[in-house]
Write a new protein. Structure first.
Length: 482
């Protein structure tokens, strides 16, 4: 038995606790292990990593027996040939007819003969990953890819210029495609291709330019057939043509359910994104990031049905606010009782004359526990940003109206100085309309804030007088929960 073989065996055994626990590693030789055990060790060593193209080559070079075990289980070990290291002509001569991954990881790589020769084996190409190449290089690649690629499961094309794919790309069909990612690549015939990809699980269309614009109606039609999606990302470079209001379809009576969609990222103009959101229901979303080029007036009911099951938003019973120095507020919604599985909803709002505009919506991640409707400034500056200091009372009252179900409100010292005068300003029916079920207000350092005490006292008195509803004002010691 060669020293090399024994070293290889021991190396593999140390990566498999299941075998190492039952063997005296120092005495094990390759002849003592049956083929099925070695195959399990090989699979463990390769770890199921999709892009682990070369591990199997190392195993196949150890000895003839190992090579036969490796090649007897190409699917189990996910064996692939890759253009990134070995010249295609040599690779095709020395290895069996395995699936081929065409891989160019950086912008210094070129679409050379090595890559083109691999693409000519179109019946074996399973993956094409071309990252950050020039328009000319991508055009050369596309020239070869205007035929069917029946084995293709993963396609990732990233151009650092505005590239273009003709309608003849992939012969208009990719029946086995599971992952599609296009970055700065215009493909007007994309809807036709997507309709041929019923098994698609990941779709990323990033950096869409005007030349790559696809109408929202066409996009919705495509998505309705892709109910196996787990990841959906669509973002535009510019404020592309808006959907024609007169020709827009009315919201559907029922949404298309995406039962396994866990990640959603959208960026574009409001009308386009709303058209997509109106047709989608994704009950298990873990990560949501929606950004609007033109902010819309905040109305969470227009988005809620898309990003969670019915009642999801009602389970968010805490709010935490961060006032950013760049003219917007982050409102983080969470649940005290864990009814949302620890998920947070982050709404980035910006004030305009017409009201609070929704710039961005992000859902996901676990985070700290917040007091119910806690107005805080997370970077602990001694003053609010100048834009927030000068807003006047109107925006504060408008903000408070967004949280009509709030029973307890916690105010930091510097925010109490702004919110209390706004509440004091309320008269008549407005006293009942803002925070209608409020029971408690907790204010940091209340004892030292005479004007705040006076303003809140007037608000409480008016609430009692007009509605008979009592509000209790107490001092809040940061870090304590009531």
């Amino acid at each position: 038995m060669s020293t090399r073989q024994d070293r290889g065996t021991l190396h593999l055994l140390r990566h498999s606790s299941r075998i190492a626990d039952h063997c005296d590693v120092g005495k094990v030789t390759i002849d003592m292990l049956p083929g099925e055990i070695l195959l399990e060790v090989f699979a463990f060593r390769m770890g199921g990593v999709d892009d682990n193209y070369y591990e199997w080559e190392t195993l196949a070079h150890v000895c003839r027996r190992w090579r036969s075990i490796v090649f007897a289980a190409p699917r189990r070990l996910n064996l692939r040939l890759c253009t990134a290291r070995t010249p295609t002509s040599k690779m095709l001569d020395i290895w069996p007819a395995l699936p081929i991954a065409v891989y160019l990881p950086g912008k210094n790589d070129e679409i050379n003969d090595n890559v083109l020769n691999a693409l000519w084996k179109n019946d074996r190409v399973c993956k094409v990953n071309v990252n950050n190449v020039s328009d000319d290089d991508l055009e050369e690649l596309v020239r070869v890819m205007q035929v069917a690629f029946p084995a293709l499961t993963d396609l990732d094309l990233h151009s650092y210029e505005d590239a273009f794919l003709p309608g003849s790309f992939l012969d208009g069909s990719a029946p086995n495609l599971r992952s599609l990612r296009l970055v700065h690549v215009a493909f007007p015939a994309l809807p036709k291709l997507l309709l041929s990809c019923p098994g698609l699980v990941s779709l990323s269309l990033l950096g869409i330019s005007d030349s790559g614009y696809i109408s929202s109606d066409a996009m919705v039609d495509c998505l309705s057939s892709l109910t196996r999606l787990e990841t959906l990302e669509i973002d535009f470079l510019y404020s592309q043509p808006r959907p024609n209001q007169a020709s827009r379809r009315p919201p559907p009576p029922t949404r298309t359910v995406f039962p396994v969609l866990s990640k959603l990222q959208l960026e574009g103009v409001t009308e386009y994104l709303e058209q997509i959101l109106a047709h989608i229901e994704a009950p298990i979303l873990d990560s949501v990031d929606i950004r609007f080029f033109d902010p819309l007036v905040f109305d969470v009911s227009r988005i809620a049905p898309c990003i969670g099951r019915t009642g999801t938003f009602e389970t968010f019973d805490q709010a935490y606010m961060h006032f950013d120095r760049h003219h917007y507020i982050d409102v983080v919604l969470s649940s005290r009782n864990g009814t949302t599985g620890g998920k947070l909803l982050n709404l980035s709002l910006q004030w305009e004359d017409s009201g609070w505009k929704l710039l961005k919506l992000i859902r996901g991640g676990f985070g700290p526990r917040f007091e119910p409707f806690c107005l805080c400034d997370v970077d602990r500056r001694s003053h609010l940003p100048s834009w927030a200091e000068g807003m006047g009372n109107g925006p504060w009252l408008h903000l408070l109206r967004l949280f009509a179900a709030t029973e307890c409100m916690y105010l930091t010292k510097r925010l109490a100085v702004r919110v209390a005068p706004a509440l004091q300003e309320l008269t008549g029916a407005g006293v009942k309309e803002v925070l209608p079920v409020l029971q408690n207000i907790f204010v940091e350092c209340l004892d030292s804030l005479g004007p705040v005490q006076e303003a809140l006292g007037q608000f409480v008195a008016q609430r009692q007088l007009i509605s008979g509803h009592t509000v209790d004002v107490q001092c809040w010691v940061k870090g304590e929960r009531t």
